[in-house]
Design a protein around this ligand. Sequence first.
Ligand code: CAA
Length: 263
Amino acid sequence: SPAKSYEFIETAEPRPGVGQITLNRPKALNALSTPLITELNQALAAYDAAPEIRAIVLTGSQKAFAAGADIKEMAPLTFSKAYTTSFIESWSAFTTSVKKPIIAAVSGHALGGGCELALMCDILYCTENANFGQPEIKLGTIPGAGGSQRLTRAIGKSRAMELILTGKNFSGKEAVEWGVAARAFGSWEELIEGSLKTAEAIAAHSKVAVMAAKEVVNKSQDLPLRDGVEYERRVFHSLFGSEDQKIGMKAFAEKKKAEWTDK
Ligand code: CAA
């Protein structure tokens, strides 16, 4: 059951079908330590397995979504230790293992690994003055949780180069203009309400169709266009095997509300 207690995160189910995970390491501005990431992965896996949960919202505090990987944990790391323990590999495990949509709700700092974590989610919402950036260059290193790849795909090479090579931050407003974020809200309250509303809207749809939609959109990030279009068509064809496709199309014809069976 998702009702488990954690040390570095909190979980709640604020709306029907919606699981909310809040990063909660306030004294370190939600720096992403290995124990925090372990808990995050556990909570995401629990929500993914919970039949009543249909969409997930991931957030931090008003002040910080996450200020990056834990610099104090990383400082003494050696190459051999990082390499042999596959340091940071587990961070992105959920991008392939979790099938339900995850909305990142970003307020305050989303720096380094915090920015990368937000980029791993399926929909990114933020406040207008959220503070994004990949400042690793200032620490004598580079992004290590996918930033050089996901940010570049989101905003293009020249802008990504500029940000990653200078360590310069960008705002929530810019995140929307550049296509990193889907929406920027004027306040923390609006961000949370907007994120929960979207999660609730997703949760009201057929679970089979929602999970298939997430799967095919994410394929677009990995596959060449022709392969991606073929993949989409295969999955589209497979949905004619679901009960919800029959229910949805019959309800449309009868001008009724579809009652999904998730089958
Ligand atoms: N790791 C560990 N601790 C961190 C942290 C981090 N990434 N970010 C902040 N903290 C800690 C601070 O050390 C401080 O702790 P103490 O009170 O014990 O000193 C506490 O959180 C509060 O931070 P500040 O006093 O610095 O708060 P501020 O409001 O003055 O500044 C900030 C906020 C601009 C975000 C600043 O904390 C900062 O620059 N943090 C580091 C950001 C960063 O470089 N992130 C990238 C990390 S590298 C990475 O993520 C690698 C990767 O690709 C995976």
